[in-house]
Design a protein around this ligand. Structure first.
Ligand code: PHE
Length: 335
């Protein structure tokens, strides 16, 4: 009986010696380990044996079965690994596109705005988002009791330290460290205590503009804003200035661009006015010059603000400011 077992074993190991693939292995599995294979059918022969030999033979057959199964499984595992390696090395497969990040639409618009002003001779300046009351209000001619403080609901950190409500404090910082002529913009993030809705966000982005020199006039301001409007939105865009009030400029104005959605005809977006409000501007107030150490008898200057989010919304026809800050890749992927 042992001969039978030995014969099956040596035949099996002989057979698998030359096997080169999982496919070659399959007929061998069927022949030896299949339901009607040599091992299974040998169990049937137990009955032919004298009673006392049966348990031994059964045990030996079981051991043989386990041995062959192990050898088979090891070999099959090797083939699987090999196959996986081959797949990895298939140089004919098309390449996988690497995931590329891209610029946020607000950064793209800010870049464009910067580029336009740099080409007009402006420098780019920076200032802190955490500001003092002095730079954000006091030096801009907005004293503690001034009602204009209500215009800008402020997020305070301490009584004297706050999150800047506009980029205008950068005007003061630049005038303190640099003598005129000054021709600068300062893009950056600003904060206000606002409840978010389609047109309000507790933080948004502005570009401050400041030009200081001898003999600067309101006409220079209008010329620069007009040049910007043309470069940003095209040659058909008109600019209009409306009288307004800011404590840090005198005279002050708000300026509008022709509505880009209806070319000034009047539509839902511009509430039928034909104009889109952009921001404020004006001639630098003498008190601001004094606070920043610039002689108001010698120099004049203009300043303007600009909302980056607002310009991006116009440029890309976006009707809800909140979408800029939701980090939804379905939105961001479109730019
Ligand atoms: N700082 C003003 C604002 O936040 C805008 C502005 C800037 C107005 C410069 C006049 C001059 O709305």
């Amino acid at each position: 009986m042992n001969e039978i077992i030995e014969k099956i074993r040596s035949e099996f190991f002989e057979a698998i010696k030359n096997v080169k693939s999982a496919a070659d292995l399959e007929p061998i599995r069927i022949k030896f380990l299949g339901r009607k294979g040599l091992v299974s059918t040998s169990f049937d022969r137990i009955a032919e044996l004298p009673k006392e030999q049966r348990p031994l033979f059964g045990k030996a057959l079981n051991e043989l079965k386990r041995e062959l199964e192990n050898a088979y499984q090891n070999l099959q595992g090797d083939f699987k690994k090999q196959q996986a390696k081959q797949v990895q090395l298939d140089l004919t497969l098309p390449g996988r596109k690497p995931f590329a990040g891209r610029k946020h639409p607000l950064l793209k618009v800010a870049d464009e705005i910067k580029q336009i002003f740099v080409s007009l001779g402006f420098t780019i300046e920076d200032g802190p988002e955490v500001e003092t009351d002095f730079y954000n209000f006091e030096a801009l001619n907005i004293p503690k009791t001034h009602p204009a403080r209500d215009m800008q609901d402020t997020l305070y950190i301490t009584e004297d330290i706050l999150l800047r409500t506009h980029t205008s404090p950068v005007q003061i910082r630049v005038m303190q460290r640099q003598k005129p002529p000054i021709q600068m913009i300062a893009p950056g993030r600003v904060y206000r205590r606002d409840t978010p809705d389609a047109s309000h966000s507790p933080f948004f982005h502005q570009v401050e503009g400041l030009v200081v020199d001898k003999g600067i006039t309101f006409a220079d301001l209008k010329g620069v804003i007009q040049a910007f409007a043309h470069r940003m939105f095209g040659p058909d865009i008109k600019v209009r200035f409306r009288p307004s009030f800011f404590p840090f400029t005198e005279p002050s104005a708000e300026y509008d661009f022709t509505c880009v959605f209806c070319q000034g005809q009047g539509c839902r977006v511009c509430k039928n006015t034909g104009w889109m409000e952009i921001s404020g501007a004006g001639m630098v107030h003498p008190n601001v010059f004094k606070a920043a150490g610039v002689d108001p008898e010698k120099y004049t200057g203009y300043a303007f603000g600009m909302g980056i989010d607002r310009i991006a919304m116009i440029k890309y026809a976006i009707d809800d400011i909140r979408i800029f800050f939701e980090n939804d890749v379905r939105f961001l992927n479109q730019f």
